[in-house]
Structures are given as C-alpha cells and as structure tokens.
Design a protein around this ligand. Structure first.
Ligand SMILES: Cc1cc2nc3c(=O)[nH]c(=O)nc-3n(C[C@H](O)[C@H](O)[C@H](O)COP(=O)(O)OP(=O)(O)OC[C@H]3O[C@@H](n4cnc5c(N)ncnc54)[C@H](O)[C@@H]3O)c2cc1C
Length: 420
C-alpha cells in the first residue's frame, strides 16, 4: 500500500533525527526511513576503543543533555555511549522512524510535483524529501593488494580490536583520524605496526589549559562558512582521550611510519618519497593553529597560562630520518592490512538531476534546485560545524523552516507517521 506524508527523511543517524525534531517542533508531518536501525553506525562501524573527537561538554543535543557531561565535562564519549545517547534521543523526541526499510529509488512524480521513494515495503509519497544518508557511506579501498587473499584486508569500519587480527605485523594505510587511532590501538596492544601516512593537518588536543573545541568555538573556527572552506581539505587529525596526535611520538612509541603507499611489486610494498613533506605539512598546520590561538589568548588576558610544552618536537626516529621505500611483506611478517583510506557516498538510488559531474550533491546550505529536495549532514553544508554531532542542529533547524514554508504554501497533505 502506498503511504503519504508531508516530508520523508531518508536515514536515521544524527542528521535525520535532528531534522525530525526540528520538523516536529513546527508541526510538520513526516516519516524517517532507515534501512538498518537508528544511529547504528556508532555500533556497527566503529572500533571498541574509539573515543569521540569532541569532549562531553559540547556533545549535547537540543533539549537533551548528554548526561556524562554533567559529571565529567572534559571526558570523551565512547562510540557505545554515543549510540545509546542517539537512541535515547530518538525515543525522547518520539521520532517517527520505520527501521529496516531501504530506499531503493527516489524519483519525482512530475504532475503531482511530489516525490516517490520506492522501497521493499512499497512506495512512499512525499511533498518534500530530506536525504540524510551520511557522508561516510562506503569505505574506499585502493586495489594495490587486490588478489592477495593470503593477507587479511579490512577497512577501518570493520576493525574492532587487536584480537581480531592473527599474529604478525599489521600495515595500516591512511594517516587521517582512523588510521592514526587504529595504529595507536594496535601498538598499545604490543603489535608491530607499519603506518603509511598521507597528507594531513595536525591539531592540538589541548592548549593553554583548554580543549581544542574550546579554541575552535572561541576563535570562530567552527563557524567558518562553507564559502570560506580552506583550499587544503586534507584530514584534520584529532584524538579522543587527551592525546595530541604526533607522528614523531608514534615513531618513538615503536610505530613504523612511512610515506604514502605507492603499490605492490611482487611481494614488496613500495612507498612514495614523501614522508618528510607529509610530516612538515602536518606540523605547519599545527603551529599555525597555535599561533592563531596565541593571538586570541593575548586578547583574553592572563587566565590562559603559557604552554611551551605544546611546541615540543619529539626527536626523529630512524624511520623518519631515513625513510624506507620498500618493505618485503614476508620479511616484515605483514599478514594483515587495514585500509583507513576514507569513504565515499552512494547516491546511485537517487534518480534526480541533483549532482555535480563529480557526483556530489549540488546544493546551497542543503537546499537543492529541485523544489522540495534537501540534503542534511554533508560536510561543510553550512559551516565547519555541519559535520559534527553538536553542529548539525542549526542546519536541521534552517531546513525545517524552509520545509515548513513550503508545506504552508502547498497546503501539504497529512498522513500517518507512526513509529515502528
Ligand atoms: C571512525 C569515525 C569516527 C567519527 N568520529 C566522530 C566524532 O568524534 N564526532 C563527530 O561529530 N563525528 C564523527 N564521525 C562522523 C560521524 O560518523 C558522522 O558525523 C555521523 O555518523 C554522521 O551522521 P549522519 O546522520 O549524517 O549519517 P549516518 O550516521 O551515517 O546515518 C545515515 C543513516 O542513513 C541510513 N541509510 C543510508 N542509505 C539509506 C537508504 N537508501 N535508505 C534508508 N536508509 C539509508 C544508514 O543506514 C544510516 O543509519 C566519525 C566517523 C567515523 C567513520
């Protein structure tokens, strides 16, 4: 049986849920379709020791405090805590979610000027559609080692803990958050780890007694508009749990850092001659940020103590002074590879002309050129905050206002939005 609602939200992660809350506040009838379960990514695609990048104190949702923040504001949520928090939030707002329904096609019903979402459980008709399917959908995996079935190869989203990997050394490919945090996790468990880095931007975890997110908020970095997005989009490397990620410290701790992976020749891993440039790039960003924060500290006065330690440079280990370009898999006993090489989106089911030639949604602040079609949860959708759990609320609120105006204009139809 076909179902009608004013607004269909596709995806029930944080972005879909916050949009639901904002629509409910405006009395807009809506449904969320979720192919798995609410916020499941925090349970199914994160490793056991993962701590979120932002501290507890900034992790609240609208009208819904993050309880651990009250007792330990400077701690960091675990992935499980974030999952539980989002599921409780969905309950609290009575989000009209239907789980286990994948949208397999989204098309426009021309004459009616409405949308039809085709699913395994029939068609859903809506006046407006919000695509909230996340930006980190499908792991990217270079095919350097395709065909090497003798080596266990998993993506970062499949990694859980060191016990999952049999003995021997592990190659972690990717120097963003995931690669760095997984390499640390493995090394803490005493495993031999080779970490193949790529271009990244380092940031301090804490500086002058304050967390990075305090500095980001106070200096206005979080509100950097999409129009002023930095040209350099290499990943910012954060760490939860109080550490600043520093590849020179990694090397001191026994992680074997290399340049970016170029390929496999026979049984030999080949790395590019770029380790020095990668480390310099990360450090330049780190020190530039400290300089920027120092300027802010001067304006704020003496309550932000000096922090010379943050400028400490760890001595270079031999793997940095004499970077190795070739590693024999057998000699190094590498029999597991973790690909922490990023994600891509999959909008193959959206049968609407709303994408750039590169396959990215064409939009302004989530509003597309197709009346009634919106995106939420895109990185830099409105500003830097858009990509963070605590930041997507403003974007959701703005979209809900646009949708409410459209519903008012069109005398939108009403339908059942029951929770399943
Ligand atoms: C390792 C890792 C660590 C991270 N750490 C942080 C952090 O510390 N802080 C932070 O703010 N962010 C972090 N992020 C990013 C965070 O995951 C995202 O910000 C967040 O999950 C995005 O929420 P979302 O609702 O946009 O998308 P998602 O959580 O991905 O939700 C999208 C939902 O859409 C559903 N869906 C997809 N396609 C369909 C379809 N066709 N039909 C129906 N349903 C569909 C999916 O099943 C999913 O539940 C991290 C990401 C990763 C990978």
């Amino acid at each position: 049986m076909d179902i009608k609602t004013d607004t269909l939200i596709i995806g029930a992660g944080q972005a879909g849920l916050l949009t639901s809350q904002a629509l409910s506040k405006r009395g807009i009838d809506h449904l969320l379709l979720e192919k798995e379960t609410v916020a499941h990514k925090w349970k199914t695609a994160r490793w056991d020791s993962l701590l979120l990048q932002q501290p507890n104190w900034i992790s609240h949702l609208p009208d819904f405090p993050y309880v651990p923040a009250l007792t330990d504001p400077d701690g960091f949520p675990t992935a499980t805590q974030m999952y539980d928090f989002l599921v409780s939030f969905a309950d609290k707002i009575e989000a009209p979610v239907r789980c286990g329904i994948a949208v397999e096609g989204l098309r426009h019903d021309g004459p009616e000027a409405t949308f039809i979402a085709d699913t395994s459980q029939g068609a859903f008709h809506a006046n407006s559609v919000v695509i909230a399917t996340g930006s980190l959908q499908v792991p990217r995996r270079p095919n350097f080692l395709s065909g090497r079935t003798d080596i266990l190869q998993i993506s970062a989203s499949e990694y859980r803990n060191p016990g999952q990997l049999s003995g021997g050394a592990i190659l972690v490919v990717g120097g963003g958050n995931s690669g760095c945090q997984i390499a640390e996790d493995l090394r803490r468990a005493g495993r031999e780890v080779v970490l193949s880095l790529d271009r990244h931007r380092r940031v301090p975890r804490r500086y002058r007694g304050k967390d990075l997110f305090w500095w980001f908020r106070e200096s206005g970095v979080l509100n950097t508009p999409a129009e002023e997005m930095p040209v350099d989009t290499s990943p910012l490397v954060f760490a939860g749990g109080g550490n600043t990620i520093d590849m020179r410290r990694f090397a001191q701790d026994g992680i074997y850092v290399t340049g970016s992976l170029a390929g496999l020749e026979g049984d030999t891993l080949v790395f590019n001659d770029d380790l020095g440039a990668i480390l310099d790039h990360g450090d330049r960003h780190y020190h530039g940020l400290l300089d920027r924060f120092d300027l802010l500290a001067q304006k704020r006065g003496p309550h932000l103590p000096d922090d010379a330690g943050a400028r400490y440079s760890w001595p270079d280990s031999p793997c940095i002074t004499e970077p190795i370009r070739r590693i024999d898999l057998g000699d190094a006993q590498i029999n597991s590879v973790i690909w922490a090489t990023g994600y891509r989106t999959d909008y193959s089911w959206v049968e609407l002309p709303v994408f750039t030639p590169e396959g990215k949604p064409h939009h302004h602040h989530g509003v597309t050129d197709i009346p009634g079609l919106y995106f939420i949860g895109l990185p830099w959708q409105v500003n830097l905050s858009s990509g963070f759990i605590f930041g997507v609320r403003n974007d959701a609120d703005m979209l809900a206002s646009v949708i409410a105006a459209r519903a008012a204009d069109s005398g939108a139809f009403r339908a059942s939005g029951r929770k399943s």
